[in-house]
Write a protein that binds this ligand. Structure first.
Ligand code: PGA
Length: 250
């Protein structure tokens, strides 16, 4: 039985005040969440504050990206050991915004995944197709390629300490969600890809769905047998809405 995970990806949003208010609000509602695991991924600079605010709660902390190197002359980067030191458990790697806006290639994403694990973090590996790729009928080809780049670098066993998030790019921030059936089909594809290499790891792997998940559509998505929670962008910025999604997973 895989424990569901709901992770909030704040993206480039927040302030000191918002971090206090949002984490305070989420903490206050955690009693009603039930069995789901909950995580928040604020921008780097708010992580130490968030760590303090989360102390004594079951809510886990994550970062939104990580450098593929551990230290050295890499101006502007933040490494896995640094993230681990300020209390991160998770780190998102390969988010589509990183891939499309900042040039994160499949190969770089694989190196970031490896660096995250080397630093003791659990990577949340994002994969997903563009709208034109779905329309061309090559969704599985694209998602398969993104997965294989990481599998070739770290092997299937490494996915015992990782999470995958399927995020169709056309559903991110657009209000257009994949239907539960569309999402489930890709989640099954991902799990089967892993199963061919390591059945035990495939069964235990949590595969999150991301892309316009809201309080109103979370329950039907999470009811699918291979959807093990969600990676939540816009709806993670309001405590009430985020908690509604957490309850749907719990
Ligand atoms: P969204 O973002 O929920 O705002 O669509 C999801 C994500 O990018 O992780």
């Amino acid at each position: 039985m895989r424990q569901k995970l709901v992770a909030g990806n704040w993206k480039l949003n927040g302030s000191l005040a918002m971090t206090r208010e949002l984490i305070g609000g989420i903490r206050a509602g955690m009693g009603e969440v039930g069995a789901a695991e909950v995580a928040v991924c604020p921008p780097y600079v708010y992580l130490p504050l968030a760590q303090g605010l989360l102390e004594g709660s079951a809510i886990r902390l994550g970062a939104q990206d990580v450098c593929d190197h551990d230290s050295g002359a890499f101006t502007g980067e933040v490494s896995a050991p640094m993230l681990e030191e300020v209390g991160c458990h998770y780190v998102i790697v390969g988010h589509s915004e990183r891939r499309s806006l900042y040039g994160d290639t499949d190969e770089l994403v694989a190196r970031k995944f490896e660096a995250a694990q080397r630093g003791g973090l659990v990577p949340i590996l994002c994969v997903g197709e563009l709208l034109e790729e779905r329309e061309q009928g090559i969704t599985e080809q694209v998602v398969g390629r993104q997965l294989d780049a990481v599998l070739e670098r770290v092997g299937a066993a490494a996915f015992a300490r990782a999470v995958v998030a399927y995020e169709p790019v056309w559903a991110i921030g657009t209000g257009r969600t994949a239907t539960p059936d569309q999402a489930e089909a890709v989640h099954v594809f991902i799990r089967e890809r892993l199963r061919a290499l390591d059945p035990g790891v495939a069964d235990g792997l949590r595969i999150l769905y991301g892309g316009s998940v809201k309080g109103g559509n979370a329950a039907e998505l999470f009811a699918q047998p291979n959807i093990d929670g969600g990676l939540i962008g816009g709806a993670s910025l309001q405590a009430d809405e985020f908690l509604t999604i957490c309850r749907a997973a719990g």
